[in-house]
Design a protein around this ligand. Structure first.
Ligand code: 5GP
Ligand code: ZN
Length: 112
């Protein structure tokens, strides 16, 4: 989608610290990390909200979770990690391309 920063990263138009890619998803380092390890896992297809997830997208979201779990040791998350999906303005969603934050590499404080 035009003017979407994550679509530009998916298209290779903006560099990112890519850690994993396949035909359906991309995982890269957050530009402003909020933890020692802060990755973003995005579907290659642009959509913003979980309410837009039909069965195919829901299956892809499941694959993204499965991939994160399978790669956790490789990504330095063997001691635990936190997944966050911000949805909408009250959650502080700034990029309207659905993404899973993957946080870890240290003990994480729990803040609202
Ligand atoms: P949100 O607040 O929408 O849940 O999270 C968006 C995240 O995308 C933020 O943590 C922000 O640091 C990250 N981000 C925004 N622009 C870029 C970029 O150009 N490259 C990378 N790697 N991360 C970005
Ligand atoms: Zn997008």
């Amino acid at each position: 989608m035009k003017d979407c920063v994550f679509c530009k990263i998916v298209a290779g138009e903006i560099p990112s610290g890519k850690v994993y890619e396949d035909g359906e998803m991309l995982v890269f380092r957050d530009i402003a990390p909020l933890a020692k390890i802060h990755l973003l896992c995005v579907p290659k297809e642009h959509f913003a909200y979980l309410t837009e997830a039909d069965d195919r997208r829901a299956a892809l979201l499941g694959k993204m979770l499965q991939k994160i779990a399978g790669k956790k040791d490789e990504w330095g998350l063997s001691e635990g990690y936190r997944l966050v999906i911000n949805q909408g303005d009250n959650a502080g969603q700034t990029v309207k391309h659905l993404h899973i934050h993957v946080l870890g590499g240290e003990a994480l404080p729990w803040e609202k």
